[in-house]
Ligand binder design. Sequence first.
Ligand SMILES: Cc1ncc(COP(=O)(O)O)c(C=O)c1O
Length: 413
Amino acid sequence: MGNQPVAVSSRLAQVRYDIRGPLNRRAYELEAAGRSILRLNIGNPGAFGFQVPPHLREAVAAALPRSEAYCHQQGLPEAREAVAALHRRQGADADAARVFVGNGVSELIDLSLRALLEPGDEVLVPAPDYPLWSAATRLNGGVPVHYDCPPERAHLPDPDALAALVTPRTRALVVINPNNPTGAVYPRELLDALVSLAARHGLVLLADEIYDRVLYDDAAFTPLAPRAGEVPCLSYGGLSKVHLACGYRVGWLSLTGAAGRLDDLRHALDLLASLRLCSNVTAQWAVRPALEGPDAIAALTGPGGRLHAARAAVVDAVARSEFLTLVPPQGALYAFPGVDPARLPAFDDAAFALELLEQEQVLLLPGSSFNIAANNHFRVTLLPEAAVLADAFARIERTLARQADAGAARRVA
Ligand SMILES: Cc1ncc(COP(=O)(O)O)c(C=O)c1O
């Protein structure tokens, strides 16, 4: 009896987060054995030499003496006011009283689903998804129902197909725009169709807009809350990506929609926020300077910028590849190439990712880590320098060519 392993909650049985999963653990083992691994698996700007803009660092440093007490469970009033003002500038009916600051969007995703879901409630989640959405839905007793965003549709959903997934148990619709992992940026008409679907079926919109200003070429971001109007909408943003401050762990959510419908949800969120007292106070001082000060990201995504060059390096590498296809990302920090089944019929994304790691020291993520049924995609982050990505794609091409040769040899035998 006394020697039994410590049992863990069965709620975790279906919960996965492969971004830091088994491949990542294998990469650590290889590094411990002295190998140098090119990590393309995590969108962590600080790990690729990007620095937090000086005006954010200075604001945090100057505010250290004012950061020693707990603050309000919803966050510092000054930070919440800055978030509400941003959303009002975008045209939403936002109010600092309905803004919550958290330790990253990650914490707020969990908190919101905990506030919303009864056991068995369904949440419509894009496929591919940012897998925290599926994981947090399951952890909170819900069922993620994935709607397809395939490359044939430029990774955008078909609103009619999405409507067909709605059941009496459906509670919420997750929209990740700009999208991780595909880089899709949702057009206004599509967002309007999703809003009317939510209105028809009484769904809550969950708009993950953490990449709102990470845009390439002529892509334009349309925030969901102003389109949603009276429909309840939770809009998420943060310092991690646009403001290059992942380690600060600051995210926010703004609750908009018909006032009378939001009171219970606001109280539930407030209660859950109170249970963790408040989020990190020190870093919250960076919110107002981030939202009101100079833009850190436009110079990186525009012509001549590092992210612009990185994206071009990936698009070029795919254009030259014998095996790969790609819907060029319009936003966010990732590319999601596909492997042409006509060239590699037996391709398996998980086996490929492991072989690439072991043989070529490149760590990327198989597409199936993002809750899609197809197994012929992978995700890379665009954060390395263009030359590093070009080298990574040379190693990817070498691995695919080896697999093609092995497949041809098997067929001959
Ligand atoms: C789509 C999306 N949402 C949320 C997050 C979580 O961000 P954070 O917890 O750093 O605010 C990420 C992180 O990669 C993301 O890609």
